[in-house]
Design a protein around this ligand. Structure first.
Ligand code: HEC
Length: 233
């Protein structure tokens, strides 16, 4: 009996010794520390080895990211006037481009500006947004350049579309907006242009979209080749 008590006592002392070593402020035994502490640097981690201790680096000065080009007009009255006077749509006015522009317009703009561009979109009808102009508003006399500028920066109650749309998409919408303006004003239909080869357009709008670029390079060279391709299909 006595020896059993001693054994229990011994067991208790051992257990107490083990438990007393637990410190709740520190991690316990880590059997696979690599699973808790990664060997590579964490993306936004702080490490003294880097400048400012910051792992995520800023782009090299003077570089631009793929699919993005600096827009040279400032977001002020002067920039607006300058874009309005000088900026022109680099995309050819083709039936396809107009059709694509119409789709994008319907997605992004028609809720306010209306399918006809008369400023009577559903949000205007429900009086959610006021002061939406018709595209043939004589006082505004919008141009290709001003339309692009407004999409890029937004204007008062109208937000910017720079993050939702690519450069190319904004120019496609631009064609359609100018088409709506002509329709509202009763101007004659603008004649469609020949589709330019992709390379011509590429010079003005570099790397609009990496995937699109690859596809377009393969498929669109000259219109005669395109026809051949279509015949093969
Ligand atoms: C949330 C509603 C709304 C949406 C969506 C919207 N607009 Fe507007 N838009 C406005 C309002 C409001 C104005 C008047 C802004 C002002 O002059 O204060 C305006 C003005 C304009 C003007 C005239 C600017 C000028 O030079 O006077 C153009 C062009 C235009 N929008 C094009 C577009 C295009 C293109 C889209 C789609 C990419 C679009 N808007 C989407 C509300 C909207």
């Amino acid at each position: 009996m006595k020896s059993l008590f001693k054994r229990y006592l011994l067991l208790f002392i051992i257990a107490a010794t083990v438990v007393s070593c637990v410190e709740n402020n520190k991690p316990n035994y880590e059997y696979m520390p690599n699973m808790y502490r990664t060997v590579p640097y964490e993306t936004y981690g702080e490490y003294p080895i880097f400048e400012n201790g910051q792992e995520a680096k800023l782009p090299v000065e003077g570089t631009v990211s793929r699919g993005w080009m600096p827009y040279p007009y400032e977001n002020d009255a002067e920039g607006y006037a300058s874009a309005k006077a000088n900026l022109e749509n680099p995309l050819p006015y083709t039936e396809d481009n107009l059709a694509e522009g119409k789709q994008l317009y319907t997605i992004y703009c028609a809720v306010c500006h209306g399918d006809e561009g008369d400023g009577q979109g559903i949000l205007a009808e429900r009086e959610k947004i006021l002061g939406i102009p018709a595209y043939d508003d004589a006082g505004r006399a919008i141009t290709e350049g001003s339309v692009y500028h407004v999409m890029y920066y937004g204007l008062n109650n109208m937000g910017s579309y720079a993050s939702q749309t690519s450069i190319e998409e904004r120019w496609l919408i631009d064609h359609y907006v100018m088409n709506l303006k002509d329709q509202l004003a009763g101007n004659p239909e603008r004649e469609f242009e020949e589709a330019a080869s992709f390379n011509e357009v590429e010079n003005i709008i570099p790397a609009v979209n990496a995937d699109k670029e690859m596809v377009s390079k393969e498929t669109s060279t000259t219109s005669s080749e395109e026809e051949e391709n279509q015949n093969e299909e």
